[in-house]
Design a protein around this ligand. Structure first.
Ligand SMILES: Cc1cc2nc3c(=O)[nH]c(=O)nc-3n(C[C@H](O)[C@H](O)[C@H](O)COP(=O)(O)OP(=O)(O)OC[C@H]3O[C@@H](n4cnc5c(N)ncnc54)[C@H](O)[C@@H]3O)c2cc1C
Length: 375
């Protein structure tokens, strides 16, 4: 993680206000959750832009979550759940509501490879612990920043694994029902970088525990060509070796947050890989001036294909290191925008529009932003 970016913690902003609930109408214990006013959000995100939260609190347990949700509803305020802020952009005007940072910790071993993990745990810390103690299933997801609670939201994946392969169930606070629910894996509706949490029902569920079923003593997953190549074909590498190798690969690609790195202020991949009709292949090839077979793509079913957004960017002239202002493309990863220092959300938006327009003009494909905007 970046030296400056801390997760989850208690921000060093002044002005504690303890809100004692008056006329409290829900069956939530009056726990006296500390809700602060005017808390800067940029330091709580990896990209590091944007204004302050009007109200801010850190949930340390489930009662805090239920209390905060009820408090926000009672005051007619929107609520936004914050994990590690690694897939998030905050607007310059900040957030006119309650930001609830998930600080619920704990990794509980329930036996036979089942682990119940608090959403506030660092994802990479959990991966390391599992790899070091011989539990297979998440070793390829080493080096992904953020919290455990953020991983089911976008079904994080990399280097041949996705969390949906190991998540057995999720416990969450259902804001519609005002109660806690248990969601089996199938009920989470996991797809490629999607779940019901970030598509059909964004904001409805607050994840308070994720349960992972890992393989005790299991072999590492070696599906990804570059990973296989790096670990070699000799003896089977340990889970820790695989996790370390994944981090090395990520570091070379600028996809690992390393303290002191000038390009640390990023949200990872900034654009989604677009899904287009298969007939688009010919015009894309013509626009790029290459043969159809040379256009990188993979089928997604039903006459559609996915095109790597990074390839489109490069072909449209948005290459590594592009951009002269405070926001530009990473020098090591075409798909990652970086805050080079002092950027605002407005700066990010300007650069995003320029890239989206450029790719649209060249290929007739409109790229979509991957990080969530706090709304
Ligand atoms: C350098 C870098 C590399 C990355 N590499 C990858 C990668 O390889 N693969 C990949 O999939 N992603 C990657 N990401 C994206 C990001 O790390 C993941 O999406 C991560 O899981 C986000 O978790 P977070 O805790 O930081 O969530 P946040 O950024 O804090 O929030 C993201 C969204 O999740 C919601 N959320 C967070 N916690 C909860 C909760 N407990 N309950 C309900 N909703 C919640 C928020 O409301 C928000 O909508 C990368 C990011 C960076 C900066």
């Amino acid at each position: 993680m970046s030296g400056e970016h801390q997760m989850p913690n208690t921000p060093k902003s002044p002005g504690w206000v303890t809100w004692v609930p008056v006329m409290y109408s829900r069956t939530v214990p009056a726990i006296g959750l500390e809700i602060r006013e005017d808390v800067a959000l940029a330091p709580l995100t990896t990209f590091g832009v944007g204004g302050a939260a009007r109200f801010f609190a850190v949930a340390k347990g489930e009662p805090d979550v239920a209390y905060a949700a009820a408090w926000a509803a009672e005051h007619g305020l929107p609520l936004f759940v914050l994990g590690g802020g690694s897939n998030l952009l905050v607007r310059d005007e900040g957030f006119d509501g309650l930001v609830l940072q998930m600080g619920i910790a704990g990794i509980e071993d329930r036996g036979e490879g089942l682990f119940a993990v608090g959403p506030g745990e660092s994802w990479d810390g959990f991966v390391q612990q599992m790899a070091d103690t011989g539990y297979a299933g998440v070793e390829c997801l080493a080096g992904i920043p953020g919290s455990v609670g953020g991983t089911p939201v976008q079904n994080v994946g990399a280097y041949g694994q996705e969390v949906s392969e190991t998540i057995e169930s999720v416990r969450a606070f259902d804001r519609s029902a005002g109660d806690f629910v248990e969601l089996a894996k199938e009920e989470c509706r996991f797809r490629y970088r999607q779940s019901r949490f970030n598509t059909e029902e964004p904001g409805r569920f607050i994840v308070t525990e994720a349960r992972f079923r890992l393989r005790p003593g299991g072999a590492p997953t070696l599906k990804y060509a570059e990973l296989k190549e790096r670990v070699g074909t000799g003896t089977l590498p340990s889970l820790s070796e695989v996790a370390r190798t994944v981090r090395e690969i990520r570091r070379c690609k600028g996809m690992l947050l390393v303290a002191g790195d000038a390009e640390n202020h990023t949200a990872g991949s900034f654009f989604k890989n677009p899904v287009v009709e298969t007939e688009m292949l010919a015009p894309i090839a013509a626009a790029a001036g290459i043969a159809v077979e040379k256009v990188p793509h993979w089928p997604t079913g039903e006459g559609q294909i996915k095109i790597p957004a990074a390839w489109l960017l490069e072909r449209a002239g948005f290459v590594k290191g592009w951009g002269e202002g405070s926001v530009g493309i990473s020098s090591r990863h075409t798909l990652a925008l970086v805050n080079r220092g002092g950027a605002s959300f407005e700066d990010v938006e300007r650069v995003r529009s320029e890239i989206v327009d450029g790719v649209w003009q060249k290929f007739g494909i409109r790229l979509e932003r991957e990080p969530v905007v706090m709304n």
